[in-house]
Write a protein of this length. Structure first.
Length: 69
């Protein structure tokens, strides 16, 4: 939640609007409909933030996004 608030405040400070598309990194670990839909959102984004996590859950999906970027 703190990441979202920080982005909201930064956008307000810069006089911009921000649209955040949250993507579950676990959906990026195996090919399929969720994988394709998630990567389509990433491809159409102006920026990507891959935050740290807790444990190994979704780690492979995060690595896929980092490799793509």
């Amino acid at each position: 939640m703190s990441l979202q608030k920080a982005l909201d405040h930064a956008a307000i400070h810069c006089g911009r609007k921000i649209k955040i598309n949250w993507i579950d990194s676990e959906g990026l670990e195996t090919k399929g409909e969720v994988y394709d839909a998630s990567f389509e959102k990433i491809k159409n984004s102006h920026g990507v933030i891959v935050p740290g996590g807790f444990g190994i859950r979704g780690a492979e999906g995060k690595m896929e996004v980092i490799k793509y970027c």
